[in-house]
Design a protein around this ligand. Structure first.
Ligand code: SF4
Length: 225
């Protein structure tokens, strides 16, 4: 493979793979159209235009001080062949591979995990089952697919985190209660709620609503701003 559907790169980050210094490559194309999306430029599918030579040069120059490469987007599993090719190169360089995914395709997730190419996954549970299409901007309800992907991560022993972005449309007690019930049913012990932010500043009203709600519930939830 010579060219890849990569639309952007973050060269250094400490927040995209737990306890690792990583770089993030963003695939261009997504199955969802979340109302709060911060990566709008990566929703529309692009043409493969990012040369492997650039990817290789990036990794080769940094492999001695990076711990991991994260593939995000967009939705990296949409580009499973490209993803496997690049992840294989990363692993051969001795780095870990992380993925940010919606979990829309448990079949593809299972395939790449079974090839030993994923060390950690950040997976989005967009909302409770009823509000899933609304929160993901799709007609189809992907809740079951994401739940299946979470089961695969558990069964295969891959480290993972499940998180939900709490945006204005989810910030009420009724919807938060339904979301917490889903986390309980899925047996996710420590979910992460990411507070929707504008220009890096978390929306105060949303944050207060979530904090008030969580003060009445026993499930341990990590808040991320
Ligand atoms: S899944 Fe991620 S990249 Fe895709 S629309 Fe939603 S927030 Fe944006």
């Amino acid at each position: 493979m010579e060219f890849f559907n990569i639309g952007g790169v973050t060269p250094f980050t400490t927040i995209d793979f737990p306890e690792c210094l990583s770089a993030v490559f963003y695939f261009k194309g997504c199955v969802f159209n979340c109302p709060y999306c911060h990566n709008r430029e990566f929703i529309e599918r692009g043409e493969p235009g990012y040369p492997f030579e650039s990817f290789k040069a990036f990794i080769d120059e940094r492999k001695d001080f990076l711990d991991a490469i994260v593939f995000s987007g967009g939705e990296p599993l949409l580009f499973i062949d490209e993803l496997e090719f690049l992840a294989d190169y990363v692993k051969r360089c001795g780095l870990k591979v992380g993925i940010h995914t919606t979990g829309y395709s448990p079949e593809k997730l299972k395939k790449i995990i079974d090839k030993g190419l994923i060390d950690w996954a950040g997976i989005d549970l967009k909302a409770d089952r009823k509000n899933y299409p609304f929160a993901s901007g799709t007609k189809r309800n992907y809740f079951e697919k994401t739940a299946e992907s979470i089961e695969i991560l558990k069964n295969r022993g891959v480290d993972f985190e499940v998180r939900t972005t709490i945006f204005e449309g989810l910030a009420d007690f009724e919807k938060l209660a339904m979301l917490i019930d889903e986390y309980r049913n899925l047996k996710i012990a420590n979910p992460v709620f990411q507070i929707y932010s504008q220009n890096g500043v978390p929306e105060r009203g949303i944050k207060k609503c979530v904090e008030d709600f969580l003060s009445t519930h026993s499930l341990k939830v990590s808040l991320r701003e």
